[in-house]
Design a protein around this ligand. Sequence first.
Ligand code: CP
Length: 292
Amino acid sequence: MKHLLSMKQLTNDKIHHLFKIAKQLENGELSWQAEGKFAANLFLEPSTRTKSSFHIAERKLGLDVLHLDGMDSSLTKGESLYDTLKTLEAIGADVAVVRQSEVGLLDSCAENVNLSLINAGDGCGEHPTQSLLDLYTIQEQFEEFEGLHVAIAGDLKHSRVARSNAHALQQLGARVSFVTKPEWKDSSFSHRYITMDEAVEQCDVLMLLRIQHERHKQKTSASSYLKDHGLTKERESRMKEDAIILHPAPVNRGVEIDSDLVESKKSRIFRQMSNGVTIRMAIIQALLKGEL
Ligand code: CP
């Protein structure tokens, strides 16, 4: 496998292989260096975590890194993403990490490029590297996925994180439930919808999603969302003893989650970000070494 575009490409064996590499990297047991190789990072939608952690992961692996933002590239003159990627390939890039807004666009480019492509989030489509770091964080806590109850809560309709995670978690044997407002239901998810009050009492992992105001026509009221659908302190007090809270971030503090809970005992939100560097190192290494 040359590209990572969707979690649907990864068997459970491949997911566990990436986790094994990540654990070895964490323990300082791997010293592979991609000397002489170039990574190109194309972020055409905003990003803090994914962009920065890919940069750090690439540098830790010894890659030279080229950053291309939408506004300072020839994409602004109408050059297509495909021609941009072919250009990067022609000048020597070995891997391109791409965030952009059109679902399916990167897949259509992938057929005819020789460099490795990594989907760093495509609009409301998929976010496979976020999913892998989420899964890695869950595995750190529970070791296995079989029988775990994961509730994915929030703006499902616009969430690439939810789409990638729902697929992967079910494939790995977890029971996945969804919590959302009626207008954010989406046919790509199962019909296992529960309320936030049911979720906090039943789930082992509560995966909160950011409300994607930028993709909405109508603004959602922050205070009423927290009270009706979010994780308040009162709801958190009803969670299982060893249950954990995930959120891909950026977090709308006081909307999806009470601000004080972001850094609480159950929260793994900043741990997810740290794991993002390790998992992205594992992905790049596995793709460049042809191990997937
Ligand atoms: N979780 C995530 O993708 O964050 P960024 O948009 O900041 O990269």
